[in-house]
Design a protein around this ligand. Structure first.
Ligand code: ZN
Length: 449
């Protein structure tokens, strides 16, 4: 049992100076002022980590790990041309080994950026679970905790390997859930893809599985304008109202994006207890718009953060999303008080844990020992008395000194401790060797005269 003291600790959702916490194996047992904590836990080994800030590991509420392999190839395209020219054709080329490589690549970047729990909304199933388990294996190798949000997809316009019938998807989910039962590092949650890629039967089945297993279910909602327009044209209802008409919205619903939602939609979401994953960088990168996060928060709708896939962001860091969330909320409302640093930090940590239903994202008793240790002597955190703000607004990745997941160090001094970064880079280059970027109008043209 270790009693750790540090210059600054984000303990139980607040910043405390010269504070302490007790860690035993995979868990945190308590936090407090160093002397009183030492009395509560007399059999401890004392460790002074010095002039550092210790905060909970960040929680990435939404991502698609294999998409990191496609990063840069379809940038500056519209969503539809990106999907049809990059996503669909290239995702067809990825075999299980390439899927594992993509996941190692993505999780390695996330871990270095301080992510300790990542949701992978995964859909290259080939009608089974072997590819899903390859993604889980990648998370184990890197040492981060994973929520495999097993996508449920039955729109026939997509590649065959994405598609399953509702019965097949339910059976595969049950098998995956059984396979991971009791695992403290990997969790399966159902994820009907969206209202455009999953039928009402599939969406109902995802919600029913969530109920059966007592877990959340994930679904993309109102990411782009086209989805809202199409929904209204086909059903007369907005995407949120349509989901409500299916009877699937509840406290188990984790809605990803919710950019194109109006006041009536927000009222439904609040009444049903639905939750949101906000992906500000991806929404900006794809030109989808800005989700009305301030309105969500003012109604009491819980919101956490996600990076989304590596080719729609393109930085894989929840600290980056915190900064973006705060900036776009301030910019879009022309109000600098719209979203503050501590509130945003909570969205990237504790809210993520709560929304996923896991005891992560907080330095508090009975939570996982998932930590990010930040060097208060780093240039990007000076002057250090303002570090609580600067961790959100000015911190650069080099300030992250150590990342701990379940009591184990997975990043030390900017290096991954359990996997070889150079080997991952070599594998990524091998997989992507045959990929070609699509020329776009926005690209600079180099001319020779
Ligand atoms: Zn997504």
């Amino acid at each position: 049992m270790a009693l750790i003291t540090a210059g600054l600790v984000f303990a139980e959702d607040r910043w405390e100076r010269n504070h302490a916490f007790v860690m035993q194996g995979v868990r945190i047992l308590g936090t407090g002022e160093p002397r009183s904590l030492a009395e509560r836990f007399p059999n401890h080994d004392g460790e002074d980590w010095g002039d550092v800030a210790v905060l909970p590991g960040t929680v990435n509420g939404h991502g698609h790990s294999f998409q990191s392999l496609l990063r840069g190839f379809g940038d500056d395209l519209s969503f539809m041309s990106w999907r049809d020219r990059i996503l669909y054709p290239y995702s067809e080329r990825l075999d299980r080994e390439a899927i594992l490589t993509g996941a190692l690549f993505d999780f390695a970047e996330l871990a270095r950026a301080g992510v300790t729990t990542a949701v992978d909304f995964f859909y290259l199933h080939d009608q089974g679970n072997e590819n899903d388990l390859a993604v889980v294996e990648a998370a184990r190798q890197v040492g981060i905790r994973i929520v495999l949000a097993r996508s449920m997809y039955d729109w026939t316009g997509a590649p065959r390997r994405y598609q399953e019938t509702p019965a097949m998807a339910a059976r595969n989910f049950r098998e995956l859930h059984a396979e991971l039962r009791g695992d403290r590092m990997a969790f399966a949650q159902p994820a009907p893809h969206s209202i455009h890629a999953a039928s009402p039967d599939m969406i109902r089945s995802g919600a029913a599985l969530a109920e059966e297993f007592g877990v959340p279910f994930h679904i993309h909602v109102a990411e782009g304008r086209y989805e809202r327009e199409q929904s209204i044209e086909r059903t007369g209802l907005s995407p949120v109202a349509f989901l409500d008409s299916l009877g699937v919205l509840s406290e188990r619903t984790v809605m990803v994006h919710c950019v194109w939602v109006d006041e009536a939609d927000l009222a439904i979401m609040r009444d049903r207890g639905a939750k949101v994953v906000h992906n500000p960088s991806a929404n900006a990168f794809l030109g989808d718009g800005i989700a009305p996060v301030r309105s969500m928060l003012s109604r009491g709708i819980p919101v956490c953060l996600g990076t989304d896939g590596g080719c729609t962001n393109s930085r894989q860091s929840v600290f980056e999303e915190m900064r973006m969330a705060a900036l776009v909320a301030k910019a879009s409302s022309a109000d600098a008080t719209a979203l503050g640093a501590e509130q945003t930090l909570l969205m990237g940590t504790a809210r993520g844990g709560e929304i996923l239903g896991l005891p992560v994202g907080r330095i508090a008793a009975d939570h996982a020992a998932d930590l990010v240790v930040v060097d208060l002597e780093a240039l990007s955190l000076q002057p250090s008395q303002t570090a609580p703000k600067q961790i959100v607004y000015s911190m650069q990745p080099e300030a992250i000194r150590r990342v701990v997941v379940g009591g184990e160090v997975v990043v030390q001094d900017g290096r991954l401790t359990r996997v070889d970064e150079r080997e991952i880079v070599a594998k990524v280059r091998e997989v992507a060797a045959g990929f070609e970027p699509v020329a776009t109008r926005g690209q600079a043209v180099v001319r020779t005269t």
